[in-house]
Design a protein around this ligand. Structure first.
Ligand code: CIR
Length: 255
């Protein structure tokens, strides 16, 4: 597996914020945590390719939002925050070495954080960042490869993957206050601890679940379910509303 990451901008503290108050961000600490996250990716079997940051783009570390990468193609998104749209250019250049590219176009808006791939179905959160035109265009691009696209209504959270992620072969981790579990037929699910509403964003890589150490109660639930939790400190990027899925694009490498 290849994990593409992107270095943290000096302007991270000017990031987009939707649900959090702006607070100071310690850049040194954020970069240390980001490097430790990359190390966790390596230990889980990924080759890590860190793209340079564009210093003018505060949120560019959150690379997940710029593309939806499938085995057959990469769809370059049109992020819902206009300030974030310039982030896609460098990511498209990098992904062009690995996949045929397709682009979402105005009036589509879509953040990769709103796209949860479960087998051949792409669930897309209709959020402040991703609209129906984004869902429709994505469907048009991926249907020829046998993927279905399903729009999912979302509660008061930033992205679909703030509310639900896959943690094992047939198991989701979700916050039932933000997404209806019946939207994912055939999937088992585990709820986050009610005291940890932000705890549904986990990054599954094979048998390992990379998971923020800030949510010990939910981590215990994952452990009780028999999952191998690899804990990472991610609280500094969480001040910018970033989670563990959003700091990488994971793709299978050829050969
Ligand atoms: C934003 O609001 O766009 C960034 N500050 C955080 C994006 C996090 N992305 C993600 O979870 N996929």
């Amino acid at each position: 597996m290849l994990a593409i990451t992107r270095a943290i901008s000096d302007r991270l503290a000017e990031c987009q914020l939707t649900h959090l108050e702006r607070q100071p961000i310690d850049l040194v600490r954020a970069r240390r945590q980001h490097a430790a996250y990359e190390e966790a990716l390596r230990q889980a079997g990924c080759r890590v390719w860190r793209l340079e940051c564009d210093g003018d783009l505060p949120d560019s570390v959150f690379i997940e939002d710029t593309a939806v990468v499938l085995d057959q193609l990469a769809v370059i998104t049109r992020p819902g925050a206009p300030e974030r749209q310039p982030e896609t250019a460098a990511v498209a250049r990098a992904l062009g070495d690995h996949r045929p590219l397709a682009w979402l176009k105005e009036p589509a808006c879509l953040d990769g954080g709103d796209v949860l791939r479960l087998g051949r179905t792409l669930y897309v959160g209709v959020s402040r960042r991703s609209n129906q035109a984004g869902v429709g265009q994505l469907e048009g691009l991926v249907a020829p490869y046998g993927y279905q696209v399903r729009a999912v209504p979302l509660g008061a959270c930033l992205h679909l993957k703030t509310a639900v992620t896959q943690v094992a072969a047939e198991l989701l981790l979700l916050n039932p206050d933000w997404v209806d579990p019946t939207a994912f037929p055939g999937w088992g699910w585990l709820a986050v601890d009610p005291q940890e509403p932000m705890a549904a964003n986990a990054l599954q890589l094979g048998p390992v679940v990379i998971y923020p150490e800030a949510y010990p109660r939910t981590a215990e639930r994952l452990g009780r379910a028999g999952l191998a939790v690899r804990s990472v400190a991610a609280d500094e990027l969480a001040r910018a509303e970033g989670g563990v899925t959003c700091c990488s694009l994971i793709l299978a490498e050829a050969g």
